[in-house]
Structures are given as C-alpha cells and as structure tokens.
Design a binder for this molecule. Structure first.
Ligand code: GKR
Ligand code: MG
Length: 432
C-alpha cells in the first residue's frame, strides 16, 4: 500500500513539572514538548515527540511543509529533505545539559521526531510494531529505572514568580520535598511502590558530593538488591570525581558524567573502579572517535531525540558493541509518545543491558495519549499493536496546547528560574 504524507502538524504543548533540582538550577513549573503528526489521509497518522523550545519549534515548522508528498518508507529521502530545509543551520543546543552545537547535531535533532513518525506510519501500513522494523524484539518487556531528584516541596506561590512563568500548574506532584538522604529514600520508596522499578538513578550535582554519597549509602541500605547510579551532570572536578568514585566503590553500577569533557572523563575513567556513563560528552557521531579511543566512557546513554531517531540510535548501539562500550538510555522531561518510542527501540536493541532512564514519574499523570503505556514491575510491555502502539487523545492534546499558550515559558532555563529565588545562584561546571 502506498501512502504519502499530506500534512505535517507540529503542536507545542506544556505540562506540569515539579521543582526538580540539578546542577543547572531547578525545573520550571512547565515542561515544553512538541508533538509531531505526519498525516497521510484516511485517518492514517504517524506520531513523534521532541523538545518544545522556541528555536527548535521554529526549525520543525520550517521543515514540516517540505515533507508533503514524501513516502513514509523513504527515511533517506526524509534525511535529504530535512537537510535541504535546514540549509546547514547550526542551532544552539539549548534543550538540556549537553554542550556545543553543530549543523550535524541540529539536523539529527530535527530529523528525529519525523523519523519516529515515519516508522509509526510504516508500522501502521504493514500492521507491525516499530520494534519489528528495527530488527525484531529481543525482549518483550523493556526495563526502566527509578529517576530520583532532590526537590522542593512545591513551586513557590503564585504571587511571586508565577507571573514570570505564566501561572503555576495545579498541584499534581505526589512527591514531597527531598533535600537529604532520608527524603531521597522516601522518594525512592514511593516511586518503587507505584512503578516497581528494579534499579535506581539519583540526579546529583546539587549538594556537596559528601551529602550525595550519603544519599547513595542510604539507598544502598534501604534497597540492598537494586543497582544504583549517580549523575551529577559534570558538577565535579577531575580530582573530586576520582575521590567520589573511590568512596562509592562497590555501590554504583555506573557513575554518570561526573566531570565535563572527554579529556576529564578519560582521566576519571582511568582511576574509577566502576564504568563511567555519559549523555554529556559523547552526544553525537563526531564525539565517538575521541570519546572511545580515549576510553572516556564505559556506557553511552543513547537518546533518540538527539541521536537522529530510532534507526540511528540502533547504529550507535552497534558501534558501542564494536568498541565494548555498554548502552543505556537517557531521558529529559517527556510524554508518552517518547516513552513508546523508547520502548520500541529498547525492545529491539540487543546492546541495551541497563534499565533505561525515564522522567515518566515526574509527568504528574498528564499525557497527550488516550492510553499511555504503563510502567509496571519496573518495565513497559512492548505493545503488539502496529506502529508505536499509542494514539493521541485529541482533548488532552488541546488542553496541553492551551497550557503552552497560557504559560510564559518558551525555552527551558533551569538556571534563570532558580535565580528568581536565589539571586546569587550561578551555574558552574565543575562546582566542586
Ligand atoms: O531533567 O534535570 C533534568 C536532568 O538533569 C536532565 O536534564 C538531564 O539531561 O536526565 C538528564 C541526564 O541524565 O543528564
Ligand atoms: Mg545524565
């Protein structure tokens, strides 16, 4: 059956995000995403999800109309069209915590949601799940990790900074304040009780390293069987990283991005008793030769949102296999289309030997899907339905788009938001 893309719709949405702390500041009250629909007529729609920051949105909207007429099976043609429409633009990499930009990174980021949507369409057209298009399932359940954050109890009240962010979301955050080891353990208990996670990641880089090591020790005591990870997002110097690595020997399955840059990571890796993982220093094809030859990392956290979609993420995993580097999966705040895409990819990646990250518990129960894939027993069961296996709830999409129109946030900026409450706050990497 031949189908052609007739219309491309990109809808920015905003959903409530709790005040989660990290080495850049604190999460704003609304997280932004863009929902991509490739419409082929007769109700046939392919879905993708990506960052909703204004510069990225502008690029997506520039590319959208140039895809009309494309055969969704022609993802090489999609790559060419995206490249032509972008014309080599080098857009700043503002969505998260990675550094540096390049035209290649821009193209991979913009291509990604369209590629996912094409794979969704392909799946619908041939009646098979996306995992089958990626080589077939190697597992029926994709494991995800609990993702713990130090956090404030709630966003500060509406008579203050709410005006700057366009109002605060209704309370929907089930997790209390967590600013010390006891708070982190309690958060882990709540999250594991609800989702059954079988491994735990702590977002660090917030407090002096000794306090975060104490939290890891407390987690080890509370959950003796569960693998633990710590990710300070490059908040530590090489010397501090080596010290923390030595002090946490035997406690962590991996230490994620302790220090900035490939050279620094390579120095730490040489001394660290556990593998180092990254979603900050090996983040594009150009980073692979220096990152791998300098043995800076033992695990790459793949992320289809910036590695150029699902097939290119599978290529990344194959390269990791060749180099003897492990594969895990990174996440930023996201909704259910991203979770479905991660699940389909995770189902088909033999190299994925770690539970994937997900921000799902921080979504406050909000989504754009009619039936989001549930996380139970720490894993998502790969759907048998065609494509990604999920469908939009149009009313929910409209509500989340309305949130976007009403909120004043147009780019993620954890640092400026934190500065509202602590005027002297600066983002420093390394800080300790
Ligand atoms: O959501 O604050 C956050 C995380 O710190 C995120 O921005 C990172 O990209 O999850 C990420 C990570 O593993 O570094
Ligand atoms: Mg990380």
């Amino acid at each position: 059956m031949t189908a052609r893309i007739r219309e491309v719709v990109v809808t920015p949405v905003a959903f409530p995000d709790p005040p989660l702390l990290n080495s850049a500041g604190v999460h704003q009250p609304w997280a932004l995403r863009a929902i991509v629909e490739l419409r082929c007529g007769d109700g046939l729609i392919g879905l993708g999800e990506t960052y909703g920051d204004a510069p990225h949105l502008e690029l997506l909207r520039g590319v959208g109309p140039t895809l009309v007429g494309l055969d969704p099976f022609d993802t090489n043609g999609l790559w060419r069209r995206v490249g032509r429409a972008l014309g080599g633009v080098d857009a700043p990499d503002r969505h998260g915590l990675t550094g540096g930009s390049s035209p290649q990174k821009t193209a991979l980021r913009v291509f990604s949601p369209f590629e996912v949507a094409c794979l969704d369409l392909q799946g619908h057209l041939i009646g098979r799940p996306v995992a089958d298009l990626l080589g077939g399932r190697v597992r029926d359940r994709v494991p995800f990790s609990a993702y713990l954050f130090y956090k404030w109890a709630a966003h500060p009240p509406a008579d203050g900074p709410a005006s700057l962010v366009g109002g605060l979301p209704p309370a929907g955050d089930p997790y209390p304040e967590a600013l010390d080891p006891a708070g982190i353990v309690e958060q882990a208990r709540l999250m594991i009780a609800q989702y059954g996670f079988g491994s735990i990641k702590l977002k660090g880089g917030v407090f002096p390293p000794g306090e975060e090591i104490a939290a890891i020790r407390a987690l080890r005591e509370a959950f003796p069987e569960l693998p633990l990870r710590l990710d300070p997002n490059a908040a530590w110097s090489v010397a501090t990283s080596i010290r923390v690595a030595e002090e946490t020997e035997g406690l962590l399955e991996y230490l994620e991005d302790p220090t900035p840059g490939i050279a620094g990571m390579a120095e730490v890796a040489e001394a660290a008793p556990m593998p180092l993982a990254t979603n900050m220093c090996v983040v594009s094809p150009a980073d692979i030769p220096p990152g791998f030859t300098q043995e800076a990392v033992g695990v790459v956290l793949s992320d289809h949102h910036y590695w150029g979609g699902l097939r290119r993420s599978a290529e990344l995993a194959a390269m990791c296999r060749t180099w003897g580097v492990g594969v895990s999966m990174h996440s930023n705040s996201h909704l259910g289309i991203s979770l479905a895409a991660m699940t389909q990819l995770g189902a088909a990646l033999p190299e994925l030997t770690y539970a994937a990250d997900t921000h799902t518990p921080w979504q406050c129960g909000v989504d754009v899907l009619d039936r989001p894939l549930p996380i139970t027993g720490g894993a998502v069961t790969v759907p048998d339905a065609p494509g990604l296996g999920v469908a939009l709830d149009r009313d929910a999409l409209a509500r989340l788009h309305e949130n976007y129109l009403r909120c004043a946030i147009r780019e993620r900026d954890d640092t400026s938001y934190r500065r509202i409450f602590e005027p002297g706050y600066t983002r420093r990497r390394p800080r300790w």
